[in-house]
Design a protein around this ligand. Structure first.
Ligand SMILES: [Zn+2]
Length: 694
């Protein structure tokens, strides 16, 4: 807390802000001095002398050393070629006719393996050099480790050869250009060694590590060192500082590259600049990362990409005495994926996400544990495994189960209800918040549901951008577990959370939206208990219209009561409805029950309650890829208002809920195998009381 204040002051001072900071004056000078980076004798970027000594003392060191030396020997036997110039964009190294990656014949001739055509143009030749530059970076780092583990000068000699060659060439690369051919001021994302500063940032970290690990070797003269520091690291820093990308993840990587450069060149001003400038570390913590710790672009792949860069930066900074690893918002960023996950660690694919799993952040949890010793990281690493946890925290350590309770992710705009633990954990996600910009879907008040060790109600994510279904299906409201009016998709809009409650034995939330359709109000209330979810969706429209309610799951759908074959009838022809095939419809007055689930596997039973007449459709939509079928249940009513009451039996055996009674103006009565639940909702909150029978 205190440290944040200090940094705020620093930020204002460096930004040259006109307004004077109002923070109290005393003791600041000392704190700013405390933020001075400390440049110990190298290595201090890839590792430190202390860390290296610990690594060498570890029991697995001999095996690691031998493998690293073997890799170094290979690089001595087959030294990497120094590229003859800058690198163009990697994706230009492909045949324009069929997209096949080209094959080098010699540096000036590159052949398409499919149609055998030979390319000699400058763009292709320069694109080939992308691979050469990357090979140089990887070699410099690998040789650095081989030297650090063996102390054998020959590895440092080869690393120096690469670094000196790049330092010699850098001033001769074109001034600045991007992959579209813009130059100078027009090439905002451009660079010099590469046509993207992003690639220079990522690459310079590896080169800086190679330098950091070898420069204490005899082979490095002072003149060599100053040449590399000035012409490779200094000029790369100038390239990375030329166009600030603000909160964008490109800037996150620029920051990491700049901090690596500041470390190896002992540039305290540069280190402070990276922390305090616009788009710098502290500014990004403040503006690129939400209160929930999630990266602002809203998908786990962006979160992961930005987090890798943040960890590179923090690693570099902590080794020069800047303890950024303790910043609460940064820690929250590492742990945020846990909060956005189902009980089994998988992520619902909200907006343009792909299916993923917290496992992809395992390396980040481990890093967090190693450098901060915060037990939460150990819990995250152990993932509920007592043995793993004991190995990390000692024999008396207890798994916190569940690690997470019901919560709101305010900037992601998700209310997450959680009950139960282990194999019995259930979870419901209600998406109420911001639309999500260009990556958003028209999915306000979408519900995602996990129970019985699997996801039931899904969001299909983005499929891929190249499928036509990206625009014709996944973006549309009809692909989500929400409501449409008039058979059209919702408008992009931000909904509002009405309440959130975490009570003993149940949790509840409600959200509302008045911007999804003109002058219409949508409100959804949820109450989650360990074996049941109660869902009340209210719709008020200014005019008589068709009101459709959707539930999608990757599991066969069938009515519980015998209802005959139904009427062959399409539910619609546009706004995503065209992808709902094999549609059948039934006219139903009053209650009905429907099961999602394979025979002899867990089932999700839906109790559709109330005395209204509705048309119920069963159809087949699309799952996580175009070949995957996701059956859909649609409830259709005509009118100005509708209340859709649904009770989901989460027991997996469809034997928890016995009867559902909805009485106007009174609490719903849900008879279950445990007793009678009395459930009611209002704009102020939910009430849930279980009268146990036995
Ligand atoms: Zn979606």
């Amino acid at each position: 807390m205190f440290k944040q204040l200090v940094f705020l002051t620093l930020f204002l001072a460096h930004a040259g802000c006109a307004a004077e900071p109002k923070a109290p004056a005393p003791a600041k000078a000392t704190d700013i001095i405390n933020l001075q980076p400390r440049f110990d004798a190298p290595p201090r970027l890839a590792t430190t002398r202390d860390e290296l000594a610990k690594t060498k003392a570890a029991p697995d060191f001999p095996a690691m050393r031998d493998a690293t030396i073997a890799q170094g020997e290979t690089l001595l036997k087959n030294p990497v070629a120094i590229p003859r110039g800058y690198a163009n964009w990697l994706f230009y190294y492909a045949c324009p006719d069929d997209g096949a990656t080209l094959v080098m014949i010699d540096l000036d001739h590159h052949q398409c393996p499919a149609d055998k055509k030979i390319y000699t143009d400058e763009r292709t030749v320069a694109a080939y050099r992308f691979n050469q530059h990357v090979a140089c970076e990887n070699a410099a780092a690998a040789l650095g480790w081989a030297y650090a583990y063996s102390g054998d000068d020959k590895f440092a000699v080869e690393a120096k050869r690469i670094l000196l060659a790049l330092a010699r060439d850098y001033p001769n690369y074109p001034a600045r250009q991007d992959r579209w051919g813009n130059t100078g001021q027009a090439a905002r994302l451009g660079g010099r060694r590469y046509v993207q500063s992003l690639d220079e940032a990522v690459g310079i970290i590896r080169l800086a590590k190679g330098y950091d690990l070898t420069r204490t070797a005899k082979t490095w003269s002072d003149a060599d060192k100053s040449q590399v520091e000035k012409n490779l690291f200094g000029l790369t820093a100038a390239t990375l500082l030329e166009f600030n990308q603000d909160i964008n993840n490109h800037q996150t990587w620029y920051n990491a590259g700049l901090m690596a450069i500041a470390s190896v060149t002992a540039d305290a001003d540069l280190a402070r600049k990276v922390l305090t400038m616009q788009g710098g570390f502290y500014d990004q913590l403040k503006r690129s990362i939400g209160r929930d710790g999630l990266w602002y672009e809203g998908t786990m792949s962006y979160h992961s990409y930005a987090l890798q860069a943040m960890i590179e930066l923090v690693d570099a900074a902590r080794r020069i005495g800047l303890p950024l690893q303790n910043e609460p918002k940064f820690k929250a960023m590492i742990l945020a994926p846990l909060h956005a996950a189902y009980p089994d660690g998988s992520f619902p694919a909200i907006n343009d996400s792909d299916p993923g799993n917290v496992g992809q952040f395992g390396g980040a949890f481990e890093w967090g544990w190693n450098v901060t010793r915060d037990p939460l990281f150990a819990q995250a690493m152990a993932g509920g495994d007592d043995k793993k946890l004991a190995a990390l925290l000692g024999q008396n350590a207890k798994t916190v189960a569940p690690l997470l309770h019901s919560e709101i992710l305010p900037d992601a705009g998700l209310a997450i209800l959680r009950q139960g633990s282990g194999a019995n954990a259930v979870s419901a996600f209600l998406d109420f918040g911001q639309h999500g910009g260009g990556h958003g879907h028209y999915d306000k008040l979408n519900l995602m549901l996990f129970a019985n060790g699997r996801e039931w109600l899904l969001d299909p994510g983005r499929l891929t951008y190249s499928h036509k279904e990206y625009k014709t299906w996944v973006k549309h409201s009809a692909a989500h577990n929400t409501v449409t009016l008039g058979g059209r998709s919702q408008f992009p809009t931000t909904g509002k959370l009405l309440y959130f409650q975490n009570e003993k034995g149940w949790s509840a939330c409600a959200a509302t939206s008045d911007g999804a359709y003109f002058d219409a109000n949508l409100t959804r209330h949820l109450l989650l208990a360990p074996q049941m979810l109660v869902d009340v969706f209210d719709v008020e429209s200014p005019e008589e219209t068709q009101i459709d309610w959707f539930a999608h799951a990757i599991a066969p759908l069938a009515p519980v009561e015998e209802r005959g074959a139904g009427e062959t009838l399409a539910s619609g022809t546009e706004f995503g409805y065209q992808h709902l095939t094999d549609s059948r419809a039934w006219q139903i007055k009053g209650d009905s029950r429907w099961d999602f689930g394979e025979k002899d596997a867990p089932r999700l039973r839906l109790w559709l309650a109330g005395d209204a007449t509705e048309q119920v459709f069963s159809a087949t939509g699309i799952g996580y890829h175009t070949g995957q079928k996701a059956p859909a249940l649609i409830r259709r009513r005509m009118g100005k208002t509708a209340r859709f009451v649904t009770v989901y039996d989460l027991s997996g055996k469809a034997d928890y809920v016995r009867r559902v009674e909805v009485n106007k103006g009174e609490a719903m009565k849900i008879a279950t195998s445990e007793g009678i639940w009395n459930v009611s909702f209002s704009a102020q909150g939910a009430k849930g009381v279980l009268e146990k029978t036995r």
